[in-house]
Design a protein around this ligand. Structure first.
Ligand code: MLT
Length: 275
């Protein structure tokens, strides 16, 4: 029996996973995967926009939000194993998957290795490349800085890269909410996630194998995964649409939800021929 609502718990791969499950029974499913080091609440506005026509689910990745950190080292492969376990537990054979940044790394890895489980893919503010040696070193320095200076400093360092400058004036509520998500992530999870991000494999060489419709969204002022990264992915995927979101940085779904949701809705409605 399906349970609907917010902060529902389910045991997957020996950890308790927290998720929101809203919208219609028997409707096409869309699963949303958040970025680092955030949580499922970053998708609230997308769930609200789509729940009248779809079944919409957002879950907290291992070690984020209200999901247990567990004992294992983190990797994108492990996050994909959790995603597949989650879909199995909820008896979801196929879904549309939407991932932002780290969520996009997970979605790309998942579709590469389990294409039969996905009907369409939405990649938001993400990239298919692996970390360069410099990027890996930066992540190790971040771990050291968290040990020395704490998580509040991490949040203050991350925020100017996550949001477009204008958002600090127009979206102060979102800035406060994102800061809270960051400072509420445990140090253990931050270290494990930074290692997972540093060690992830590239997925660019497999983009041509993706045969389902893909929507790529990116904030015009995204400094972490800029529009050039989105354009490079767009060129390699067979059936892909690309939309650049105005007045948005890396967290385009939070910074300009109206524009983000209109592209998202149009894309999924086209797939399911809804009006
Ligand atoms: C994210 O938003 O998930 C992170 O910025 C991803 C990354 O640091 O590569």
């Amino acid at each position: 029996m399906r349970q609907t609502g917010n902060n529902i718990n389910i045991t997957i791969n020996k950890i308790s996973v927290s998720y929101n499950d809203e919208g219609l029974n028997e409707a096409p499913v869309i699963i949303f995967i958040h970025g680092f080091p955030l949580n499922k609440s970053m998708w609230n506005k997308q769930l609200k926009a789509l729940k009248d026509n779809y079944r919409v689910i957002a879950y907290d990745i291992r070690g984020h939000g209200k999901t247990d950190v567990g004992t294992l080292d983190f990797s994108i492969d492990l996050f994909v194993k959790d995603l597949l376990g989650f879909m199995d537990a909820l008896k979801i054979k196929k879904t549309i998957i939407c991932g932002l940044s780290m969520g996009g790394y997970i979605a790309l890895n998942a579709i590469e290795n389990h294409p039969e489980r996905f009907t369409a893919l939405i990649l938001s503010d993400t990239n298919c490349t692996a970390d360069t040696p410099e990027a890996k070193e930066k992540r190790m320095n971040t771990i050291q800085s968290i040990k020395e200076n704490g998580v509040e400093k991490l949040a203050n360092d991350l925020l100017p890269n996550l949001f477009a400058p204008e958002s600090f004036i127009t979206n102060s509520k979102e800035i406060v909410a994102v800061k809270e998500m960051i400072v509420n992530t445990t140090k253990e999870s931050l270290y494990k996630s930074l290692n997972a991000l540093a060690n992830r494999k590239e997925t660019c060489s497999k983009l041509e194998e993706i045969k389902v419709p893909v929507l790529i969204l990116v904030g015009k002022e995204d400094k972490i995964t800029p529009p050039e990264a989105a354009k490079a992915m767009h060129e390699k995927i067979d059936i892909a649409l690309l939309s650049i979101i105005n007045k948005a940085g890396h967290l385009s779904n939070l910074e300009n939800p109206e524009e983000f949701n209109s592209h998202l809705k149009k894309f999924v409605d086209t797939i399911y021929q809804q009006k």
